[in-house]
Design a protein around this ligand. Structure first.
Ligand code: F6R
Length: 631
């Protein structure tokens, strides 16, 4: 939610800021703006809407400043208009601020500052920050502006409530950029005589692989000579940057029309990486091994004596959690509940002993998920041992805030995902649940060694099976998708382990194509939703081999009898299903337990091609942002 970027060094800041914002635009695209410092003056340019509007404004604009900040906005307080775009300035135009997050007490601060005579020109929460800093600065000695700015920001952050990451410029400090973080991500990048900050490493990798994630309650001062990190009391901290193993090309489209399509096609490689990382290749049931079939390296205390698992997540990650529940219950035999993080926090279920809480978030920054996990941790901290907090994170961003809050993480190794609609990170999250379920099943002897090995054999076939779908079905799915460019409603049906995939197929379609879509358990149709059906509402049914196959086919027939056009996700060799469906999204034959990972691929492609055919901005759908850092 909102992306911020900052630069100080030897190059022209504007180019670096714009390039950084391009890579952060997935975080919000309601408006964009930059501010630079030249000759003790702030120069700020802002534009409503997507970044290209700002770029247009900057054409024929010469600005060679080597210090600047930039912002791309996902509107929270105030409409997406230019006057609400960041950076925001104080009344003297001396201080410029960009912010990602929400200042919860902004109304109180605004009222106090107004009483002191300050004017406000936006409806945003952010505008209080530069005005507050300027107000504090005016009472500090002016002989050393660099020192005064740090001190003023140190004082200001204590008055701000909420989650925020800020970057601040002072017209009187042309050699200094100050940033602060409280529960919203902020990463620093270290170059040769130049330093960067950004909400996400994606904006940094073209320039440097040496990064430092700021932690909550930290302020950093960036100058052309280096970076100093302080806590909010302005005590200097010693921090060591780390090296990223990403290259600039990981954040490029590499010939694909959209990042989402590229990311869909990356899935075989992602699955291969996860299998190579977590699955023990040497493990054979016949050897009666005493060690786990997977290398998760989790502290045994986390999974010993478990009686209950609760999964907290949002959106697509919540769907992965639903598949996880199926696996943890059916393979590992542990009762599992799945909660929307945004609901859990305000109506937490009664505490149960020996409970593992799993937070699933690809970004590791989703405010609802983090807040729910924190709440769960806090309410267990003071209880006796049986109730102690056992918290596991499943994330694609091991450097994220999530990782600092949990006992352990499973890194999903999907590589950076730029498309706002999650695809490869979903598949990697689901895989993480297979590994976890196998690990616990092995420890608790809830599955025979042979059954474990059988699943491992199936998992190893997944990359080639996904490749088959992408290679053999890609064009057919595209052609089919074109027939639905004008459709207004879709229903997705699944049962058992594939009910979450029906939900995911519907979510993918609605978020990128703006077509109304619903996912239902196929057996529920007759209890109400079947009334929606007619010839104008296509029904996509996931009919994979296994315990519910025939039931799904029957439910699909019921839809057909109401004139719905039936599209089946079904194996190439399933002649029964082939004769029922009007259109087919064919996948290789896999066992029920492994079917979600193959079933979701054609649904991702269907959603993508419908949206692309409708000429929509697939990677940046309206009103959405990749990383939802507000509650
Ligand atoms: C949908 C999508 C969102 C996210 C949700 C949670 O394609 O991407 O529904 O799944 O916002 O995000 P994370 O996983 O980062 O917590």
């Amino acid at each position: 939610m909102c992306g911020i970027v900052g630069y100080i060094g030897t190059q022209t800041a504007v180019n670096i800021l714009i390039e950084g914002l391009e890579r952060l635009e997935y975080r919000g695209y309601d408006s964009a703006g930059i501010a630079t410092v030249t000759e003790e003056k702030i120069e700020s340019v802002r534009a409503k809407g997507k970044l290209f509007n700002l770029k247009e404004k900057l054409e024929n604009h010469s600005n060679f400043s080597r210090l600047g900040i930039g912002h791309t906005r996902w509107a929270t307080h105030g409409k997406p208009e230019e006057h609400n775009a960041h950076p925001h300035l104080d009344n003297q135009q001396r201080i410029a601020v960009v912010q990602n997050g929400i200042i919860e007490n902004y109304q109180t601060l605004r009222d106090q500052l107004k009483e002191k005579g300050y004017q406000f020109y936006s409806e945003t929460d952010t505008e209080v920050i530069p005005i507050l800093i300027a107000d504090i600065l005016k009472d500090l000695p002016g002989d050393d502006p660099d020192k005064a700015l740090l001190e003023a920001i140190g004082k200001a952050v204590h008055q701000l409530e909420g989650a925020f990451a800020i970057a601040v410029l002072d017209a009187h400090c042309p050699e200094q950029l100050i940033v602060a973080r409280q529960q919203a991500p902020l990463i620093l990048g270290f170059g040769q005589g130049e330093f960067f900050c950004a909400s996400d490493v994606t904006a940094l990798v073209p320039h440097t692989n040496t990064v430092l994630s700021l932690e909550n309650g930290e302020i950093a001062r960036l100058t052309p000579l280096g970076v100093e990190v302080y806590d909010f009391q302005l005590k200097r901290l010693r921090k060591l940057p780390r090296t990223l193993d990403w290259s600039a090309t990981t954040v490029e489209k590499q010939g694909f029309r959209h990042f989402m399509l590229k990311e869909i096609y990356e899935q075989p490689a992602v699955v291969r990486t996860c299998l190579a990382t977590y699955l023990n290749e040497q493990w054979r049931a016949a050897d009666h091994p005493s060690h786990s079939p997977v290398f998760l390296g989790l502290d045994p205390q986390l999974t010993k004596n478990l009686q209950h698992i609760q999964i907290l997540a949002c959106g697509t990650s919540w769907h992965a959690g639903l598949v996880g529940k199926y696996l943890l219950e059916q393979l590992a035999g542990i009762p599992t509940t799945v909660h929307y993080a945004s609901e859990f926090r305000y109506a937490a279920p009664p505490l149960t002993p020996h409970t593992l809480t799993i937070g699933v978030t690809q970004s590791g920054e989703t405010a609802d998920t983090l807040a729910a996990l924190e709440m769960e941790k806090q309410r267990r901290l003071t209880l006796e041992d049986d109730y102690k907090p056992l918290i596991l994170g499943i994330t694609n961003r091991p450097e994220s805030t999530l990782a600092t809050m949990v006992n352990e993480i499973i890194n999903t190794h999907a590589g950076i995902e730029i498309g706002v609609a999650a695809t490869k990170t979903f598949v990697a999250q689901v895989l993480a649940f297979y590994f976890l379920a196998l690990d616990i099943a092995f420890q608790r002897h809830s599955l025979s060694l042979e059954a474990i090995e059988h699943i491992m054999v199936g998992l190893r076939q997944l990359p080639a099976q996904i490749e088959t779908i992408l290679e053999q079905q890609g064009s057919a799915i595209e052609a089919l998708a074109h027939e639905f460019a004008e459709t207004q409603d879709f229903i997705f049906l699944g049962r058992g382990i594939n009910f979450p995939i029906a939900l995911e197929g519907a979510l993918k379609l609605k978020e990128i194509s703006y077509i109304h879509a619903e996912g239902y358990p196929a057996g529920e149709m007759k209890h109400g939703p079947i009334a929606l059906l007619d010839a104008k509402v296509p029904v996509v049914a996931i009919a994979m081999p296994g315990s519910v196959h025939d039931k799904v086919i029957s439910n699909a027939q019921e839809a057909k009898a109401r004139d719905a056009r039936l599209i089946g996700v079904t194996p190439m060799d399933d002649n029964q299903a082939r004769s029922v469906f009007d259109d087919l999204l064919l996948v290789p034959h896999v066992e029920e337990m492994l079917s979600p990972i193959v079933a979701v691929i054609p649904l991702q492609l269907l959603a993508y091609h419908i949206a692309a055919r409708r000429g929509l901005d697939v990677d940046q759908p309206r009103n959405l942002a990749k990383s939802v850092t507000v509650e």
